[in-house]
Design a binder for this molecule. Structure first.
Ligand code: ADP
Ligand code: MG
Length: 446
């Protein structure tokens, strides 16, 4: 992560763009086979593409990766406005204060805040004071008490004791963003209270933004903050609705069109099909996932469905037809992702995938900080070298396995700001450790 120096510098840039109750969706009242285009239909719809179908499918998968955040997020206008007002009033206006953001996972909280801060970075530099910025993803904090030393490190202070002095310095506005504050929950929630209290201290210049995923944290924590008079401003992100999810999916698909190389042919009437996915398949992906409001899952279903089409495509020799994700693919991707408990999702994994998952588990158990995909791969290879009867997969297959574990919701991959390399993504475990122990140790790895 880059840090910047200079008096008026925004001193630190966000760590990450990190990057999961499903309702049982109704069966669509449509015939699947009817919607699957025949080879003949596809041929007449598609002219010879300049990019190969496989390449377009790979680009499509990349567009649906969780870290593939678009230049501008779709919608979220009122939230955008509220965030900008808060920043105007408190950062630009040099007035201490705190904002508490809550919403289910995958509702765009982190992405929107990152986007806005990025857009304002230049303006911050031009202010006649320094905006001293720190972004901490609390998911990476193993013990809530470490939050102080982590912040001191970010602000390059000699120790936690000097933190409170930093909050009252003139010509500095400390801007602290704490993402995933759910992970700071202790029995007394002392640390969380202290952090919000800092913004209310006399002479404090601190501007603090806390982001929480769990709504019950908000209902327990906010009233207590209010009763202590630390009352932050509050912004809630509602789950995405079907229309919004579909618009976001379509936006990502449209990025596959390049001006001189459309990913879908232009018809004689000048109109163009949506690239790669049938409109009904987009609608279904949005419908299936709208119950959760978690956009990441909708993106995952699309990516998995695209992967299925890619696998089909690989078995076709030299095909020039750009295939499309159909309702059938989306149904199949959604059922393997959403239909099963984590136990059965682990059960269904191939032996090598179980091994990679167990490696992640072991590393997290030994409290490895900032666990990257690269570190997991190194350990996985070491484990394989001790077990001569266990073969090991090549790098590209390892990458597919780690992405599959993420898609299946067993692990999470988080990307630091500006970082899109899979090897540097931060790995988190998305399931209870005992679920892995049960699934892997009772049976033979098979
Ligand atoms: N309005 C949107 N338009 C486009 N992509 C979005 C939008 N909201 C969220 N995303 C994408 O969905 C994913 C999850 O968003 P994120 O901000 O991490 O959710 P949260 O922080 O609420 O858990 C990210 O890849 C993000 O880029
Ligand atoms: Mg987030």
């Amino acid at each position: 992560m880059k840090t910047r120096s200079g008096k008026r510098a925004l001193e630190e840039v966000p760590l990450s763009r990190l990057d999961t109750n499903q309702s049982t969706p109704k069966k669509p009242k449509i015939s699947i086979d009817h919607l699957t285009p025949t080879k003949k239909e596809l041929k007449s719809q598609n002219e010879t593409p300049k990019r190969t179908p496989l390449k377009i499918l790979q680009e499509a998968k990349a567009a649906f990766r969780r870290c593939a955040t678009p230049k501008k997020l779709i919608g979220r206008e009122s939230e955008r406005q509220k965030l900008n007002c808060f920043i105007d009033e408190h950062v630009t206006g040099q007035k201490s204060g705190s904002l508490y953001i809550s919403g289910c996972p995958g509702t765009g909280k982190t992405a929107l805040l990152n986007e806005i801060l990025q857009q304002r970075e230049k303006a911050f530099r031009e202010l006649p004071f320094t905006v001293k910025y720190a972004f901490i993803n609390c998911m990476n904090i193993t013990d809530a008490k470490n939050i102080y030393s982590t912040l001191a490190d970010k602000w390059k202070l000699s120790g936690s004791a000097s933190l409170t002095k930093e909050l009252v310095k003139s010509r500095v506005v400390p801007l602290l963003v704490l993402d995933e504050i759910d992970n700071l929950i202790t029995r007394d929630q002392d640390e969380l209270y202290t952090l919000f209290e800092w913004a209310k201290m006399p002479n404090s210049r601190l501007v603090m933004i806390g982001i929480a995923n769990a709504l019950d944290l908000t209902s327990r924590f906010l009233p207590r903050l209010q009763s202590k008079n630390y009352e932050p401003e509050y912004l809630s992100f509602n789950p995405y609705q079907i229309k919004e999810i579909a618009a976001i999916i379509k936006d990502r698909l449209m990025t596959l069109d390049e001006p001189d190389e459309p990913a879908s042919p232009i018809k004689p009437n000048g109109k163009q099909d949506l690239p790669i996915m049938q409109p009904m398949a987009v609608e279904l992906a949005a419908r299936k996932l709208a119950g959760t409001g978690d956009l990441r899952k909708a993106l995952d279903v699309c990516r998995m469905a695209i992967q299925m089409v890619e696998n089909e495509e690989k078995s076709q020799e030299n095909s020039l037809i750009i295939p499309k994700v159909t309702v059938k693919h989306v149904l199949s991707a959604a059922s393997s992702m959403l239909g099963a408990s984590s136990n059965s999702r682990i059960d269904k994994l191939q032996m090598q995938s179980k091994l990679v998952l167990s490696t992640v588990y072991l590393m997290i158990k030994t409290k490895q900080k900032d666990l990257s995909v690269r570190k997991v791969e190194e350990s996985y290879r070491t484990i394989c070298s001790y077990q001569s009867q266990v073969g090991r997969v090549e790098k590209s297959e390892f990458n597919d396995i780690i992405t599959q574990l993420d898609t299946l919701g067993l692990i999470t991959l988080g990307y630091k700001r500006g970082q899109t390399q899979l090897s540097e993504a931060v790995v988190g475990l998305n399931i209870q450790p005992d679920e892995i122990v049960n699934a892997v140790s009772k049976k033979k790895l098979s």
